[in-house]
Design a binder for this molecule. Sequence first.
Ligand SMILES: NC(=O)c1ccc[n+]([C@@H]2O[C@H](COP(=O)([O-])OP(=O)(O)OC[C@H]3O[C@@H](n4cnc5c(N)ncnc54)[C@H](OP(=O)(O)O)[C@@H]3O)[C@@H](O)[C@H]2O)c1
Length: 247
Amino acid sequence: MELLRDKVVLVTGASSGIGREAAKQLVEKGAIVIACARRFDRLQKLQKEVDNKERLDIIQVDMRSEDEIRTMFTKIKEQYNGVDILINNAGVSHRSPLVDGDAELWREMLEVNVLSLCICTREAIQQMQEKKVDGHIIHISSMSAHRVPPGGGVYAATKHAVKALTESLRKELRVAGSNIRITSISPALVKTALMTSYLKNEEARSMFTTTKVLDADDVVAAIIYALTQPPHVQVHDILVRSVHQIT
Ligand SMILES: NC(=O)c1ccc[n+]([C@@H]2O[C@H](COP(=O)([O-])OP(=O)(O)OC[C@H]3O[C@@H](n4cnc5c(N)ncnc54)[C@H](OP(=O)(O)O)[C@@H]3O)[C@@H](O)[C@H]2O)c1
């Protein structure tokens, strides 16, 4: 894990689920992690749980605000001279059908899952270039980038966008002669708060008792795999499902 030692890693959406687990494990592997989200109390709790507290910094940010995102990157630049690795993980999922759904829920999904990912990516690349590091960006996408569940059209559209953005960024970076890598990871069902709110409590309970879905650390294993390949290896997309899941 020497490849991760002292790397400055920004993990978005680190107050819960996959982001929280990723922040924790990356600290254990020697990285310096900046964990961000809106719920600062949860980030403080995470900081208390890790052994190397000095390696986990926390920042409160609302990913729907470009100003707040920019301020966060400025702080990172001042304190750590910029990021080496960005994990674009923050995301929301609402079941809000196309025929009668709520535009505010659609807007939130588009702003958090797509727009903030683009803004963070732009800011991170700028810092990597200034720092002269061949950094790595990981987009936490979804199996919904590869198939469309009923009622989840806008969520699937955001993740299809992430798929397009991954490929587009890879090409932009190659054309620019950059060795910054871009990886997307596409999990199926993961046992987190996002899944519980998407399925609604009763449905989630029944799903989690009848089907063994992925845990957050199954996704983190894919993140670590992608990050620890030799510098010339770019893992493009990892699709990961529980063996029990059909769709
Ligand atoms: N769970 C699944 O089945 C599944 C499957 C495929 C892909 N994914 C993807 O995995 C990623 C992580 O999801 P998860 O399952 O770990 O869900 P989660 O436990 O609900 O975590 C979502 C994270 O995103 C953050 N977030 C949401 N809105 C935000 C905002 N406006 N500003 C800042 N942070 C915000 C939340 O922090 P705050 O609320 O504290 O701000 C939280 O830390 C998402 O991109 C999701 O689409 C999940």
